[in-house]
Design a protein around this ligand. Structure first.
Ligand code: FAD
Ligand code: SF4
Length: 515
């Protein structure tokens, strides 16, 4: 019979499970731009524009192929504003025998999808998302009975399973992981290749106007929109990365520099998450660069680990632990998100550089997210719910399945260590080593107390002192507690007083604020 095939905004792949047996003579594909999806958090305008433009381009490609598409625009007067509403409306208009859809990335949407059958009055088949290398069931089987769910062990399984960078059952180069080689600061004077930009075409231009009109107050600028919005553009972006930046990706993976938002990163997360690129194909192409001698192993291994390791791992963990995962707050963090996460005027050069770049580009690379804004929120004890909402809003690649474990688990340790064996807490010293931010900062990174002291320093010691019971037995943190004890009690009291005064000013406790 005739089937309604629903495609979500982050499922823009012709090979999608729900399109596999598409019959162009009988079936209709539904793509709907709905207000609910545009407003569940106050998304960055560039993120909304990216998703809508990519949806419109994907629909046009299907139509060019002769597929019947029911495309509902955001400003269509009949638009009900929700996915469920649009599915019900399409079912009524087209009277299909069944609905076929691919499982969504997010818990919230799956819950909603379970109501479609009742609303539409016809069977709804939810298919597994084969764009991931590890299914939810396979991840659950891997996790079963393990004491800890460390990414590294999962990653090795994925290397074996895909055969990527393997020879005769062994990892090439004699080790699974070359991260120790991937922590170099950026040398002065290094030329950094510019990534290609994709100028808006007529479709994107129309979307940009729409978004400017409907979301004028959201954090973030629309100017300079240049994300790939089709699979052809995404392929071009990938090609440029493999050629120009992959060879140095490993060396400078953890480096940060003023005015250089991308460095040697790939900028492919939006394309992977929307379905414009296939993760396994991306990894095979990176592997080919190593086999051809054009990129070193530490770069290629590091890059592939992010995709078949981290990306698959966080998705598996998300589905394994939801819905409870979102509510965890193991460290009892209870302070408000500082206003400067939206304004970029904290006076801390590192934070302001990352927030302003985020506002302009809807992008920050991993170490900026983890060690600047993430680390600050961790050591300041910011409420995880507020931090999650920020990350989910401000990055163009942010979808809850990948954003939540990274924020909650990796950056904030709110999951109590399911994801990371120790919190990624760091003082200003780390930021100074990995960036040039401190050189232009009004704070002194070498000072801990005193009027110009770098706030990260006092916050760092305060964090360790606050959570001493939880962390002092951790062998990877013992050294820091010994250093703290050598300070003597008077110094620690002064540091903690400074941290408290600073926090009460920029990030009051939520209960005090409410009162
Ligand atoms: P590259 O550094 O070039 O890495 C290549 C690819 O590997 C990325 O495109 C991405 O698909 C994948 N990858 C790398 N690190 C991770 C990771 N930790 N988890 C999952 N995939 C990874 N990534 C998102 O896609 N969406 C998010 O909402 C998101 N939120 C994050 C929040 C925090 C607090 C942190 C610390 C990280 C977050 N990440 C998120 C992971 C990572 O920072 C981004 O994937 C990366 O910065 C995207 O830029 P890129 O494509 O240039 O990545
Ligand atoms: Fe950031 Fe401190 Fe360095 Fe300033 S001195 S840039 S606040 S780490």
């Amino acid at each position: 019979g005739r089937t309604l095939r629903v495609v979500l905004g982050d499922q823009l792949t012709r090979g999608l499970a729900s399109l596999a047996d598409l019959d162009p003579a009988a079936d209709t594909v539904l793509l709907a731009e709905v207000m609910g999806e545009c407003t569940y958090v106050p998304h960055h305008p560039k993120k909304i524009a990216l998703v809508l433009s990519a949806m419109r381009h994907f629909a046009a490609a299907l139509e060019a192929e002769g597929v019947r598409v029911r495309y509902i625009r955001l400003d269509d007067p009949a638009n009900t504003g929700t996915l469920a509403g649009e599915v019900a409306r399409a079912a009524e208009a087209l009277a299909p025998a069944a609905i076929v859809v691919t499982e969504p990335g997010e818990w919230r949407v799956l819950e909603d999808m379970r109501s479609w059958e009742r609303l539409a009055g016809i069977p709804v088949e939810i298919r597994e998302d084969r764009r991931f290398l590890c299914s939810r069931a396979e991840f659950a089987a891997w996790a079963q009975g393990r004491k800890t769910l460390r990414m590294e062990f999962f990653y090795r399984e994925m290397r074996r399973r895909t055969g990527l960078l393997m020879e005769g059952g062994e990892p090439v180069g004699g080790a699974w992981n070359f991260d120790a080689e991937n922590r170099k600061p950026l040398p002065r004077g290094l030329t950094i290749p510019k990534p290609p930009r994709f100028a808006p075409d007529a479709v994107t231009a129309e979307v940009l106007d729409l978004v400017a009109r409907l979301f004028p107050a959201n954090f973030g600028t629309l100017e300079g929109f240049s994300f790939p919005v089709t699979s052809a553009e995404a392929e071009a972006a990938l090609g440029a990365f493999l050629r120009d930046r992959l060879p140095s990706f490993g060396d400078y993976q953890d480096a940060m520099a003023t005015g250089e938002p991308v460095l040697f990163h790939s900028l492919i997360s939006t394309s992977l998450n929307l379905g414009l690129l296939d993760p396994l194909k991306v990894c095979r192409r990176a592997e080919a660069e190593w086999r051809a001698g054009r990129a070193p192993l530490n770069a290629v291994e590091g890059f592939i680990r992010q995709i078949i390791g981290w990306r698959e791992y966080v998705r598996g963990l998300y589905w394994l632990k939801m819905p409870g995962y979102a509510a965890l707050n193991a460290l009892g963090a209870d302070r408000a998100l500082p206003e400067f996460y939206w304004t970029g005027d904290s006076g801390m050069a590192c934070i302001d550089a990352v927030v302003r770049q985020t506002r302009d580009e809807a992008y920050a690379h991993h170490i900026q997210r983890l060690m600047v804004t993430g680390n600050f929120a961790l050591i300041a004890g910011i409420d995880p719910g507020a931090v999650n909402e920020w990350y989910l809003s401000v990055y163009a690649d942010a979808f809850e399945w990948v954003e939540l474990p990274n924020t909650h688990g990796m950056a904030l340790h709110a999951d109590g260590g399911i994801m990371a064996s120790k919190p990624y807490a760091a003082s200003g010293k780390y930021i100074d080593r990995m960036s040039d931010y401190c050189r232009t900062c009004r704070h002194d990174v070498k000072e801990t107390t005193g009027p110009n002291a770098c706030p990260f320093n006092a916050l760092y010691w305060d964090f360790l002192a606050r959570h001493r019971q939880r962390f002092e037995a951790n062998p990877r943190m013992a050294q820091m507690y010994r250093t703290m004890d050598r300070m003597g009690p008077a110094k620690l009291v002064a540091i903690r007083a400074r941290a408290a005064a600073f926090l009460d000013r920029v990030a009051p406790r939520l209960k005090d604020r409410a009162a």
